[in-house]
Write a protein that binds this ligand. Sequence first.
Ligand code: PHE
Length: 450
Amino acid sequence: MASTNLPRDSFGSKFGVVAASAGSAIGLGNIWRFPYVVGENGGGAFLLIYLAFIITIGLPVMLSEFTIGRKAQRNAFGSFRKLAPKSYWPLVGLMGIIAAFAILAFYSTIAGWTLEYIINSVSNSFAGNDPEVIFENFKSGTFRPILWQLIFMIMTAWIVFSGVKHGIERYTKILMPFLLLLIIIMCIRSLTLDGAAEGVEFLFRPDFSKISWPVILKALGQAAFSLSIGMGTLITYGSYINKKENLTKTAIQVSAADTIIAVLAGVMIFPAVFALGFQPDDGPGLVFVVLPGLFLEMPGGYVFSIIFFVLLAVAALTSTVSVLEVVVAYFSEELNISRKRATVIAASSIWVLGIFATLSFSDLSGFKILDKTIFDLLEYFAANMLLPLGAMLIVIFLGWHLGYKKTRLEITNEGLFKGRMFGVYFFIIKFIAPIAIALVFLYGIGLINF
Ligand code: PHE
């Protein structure tokens, strides 16, 4: 266990903590996945359920993860082993490592697409072409999408390689404010298109007829996915947070930023979808078809298109880094290998799994299990099963194993903060969140029924 005694890398500033954590949370989940999941599941009603989950489950779980990580000062697996030695709890950490593999495998497919789209934007290939045809041709190929995926994994690995402070923190601090600015500009553009109102209405007017238990589970899965909770990302990042930081404040800031960006992504996309006569339930291709069409019609669209896809890639990158960090921290601390070596092993094995996700869209996609592509399976398995289960076990761990006193001490920095809301938080994580997640999960996968 020599490596666990080495001084650990950590975040250097308050803003660095928020930028890195928000960088993890804000990603393709907000800008690519959120709009199409909302679109496929009924718009406004889904949004309401999603928001309810963010506040009642997402935020408390995020705070819980930070708490575990900062208290233990270890990777996701090692944290449980330190706080609950000789128990089965470390398996929760291991589940997180598996979730990280699954998520990064399919996430890097889409992240790779963003690079192709930067090139398409620069070379102006959308002009005079149907964005739908461009998208179909590209994603059904083999070589190019796999190559982009590899390049994206190399970029991710390079940042993780460079360390927590000099890699992760350094990049996220610059990139996140930029992203926000661009999204606001895009929202203004989208809202001023003719016919935008219909899209706004779709996003904000609830139609409860579309809501069912599987849809509620999807809202929970999306909330967990978007906040990066349930698999130890925030345990790992929490372990790099200084003992002086206010964890509650950080968790609130990060959840709020993530939620605002998701809603803004909806505002950016749905008015454009309706104004240009597309369907909101277009699935994974939504952003890659609708937005290029939008850019063609917008003054200065050439430049906006480049900037948008650069920033989409950047948002993805600050998230992929956080997922890879989960695996790398685990490999290096628990298996005693150097950070660099751990990065190479983790990134390359995830890329190999990721090839199957990428090929799900190709002409070879005869490759199906239970009538679902590998991409769909990885996405469903990770977001709707592993993350909610992970989140549930994490709060049970704090509520029932670590207990009131120790949790309170860590969250209040040994009593420095008053922790006025602590009682409410603890009640939620001890009783409400585990029961709510369990019910949503069991109904959602159809194990129990009315
Ligand atoms: N939250 C990220 C996003 O919204 C994805 C992610 C999930 C990152 C889980 C880390 C852990 O894109």
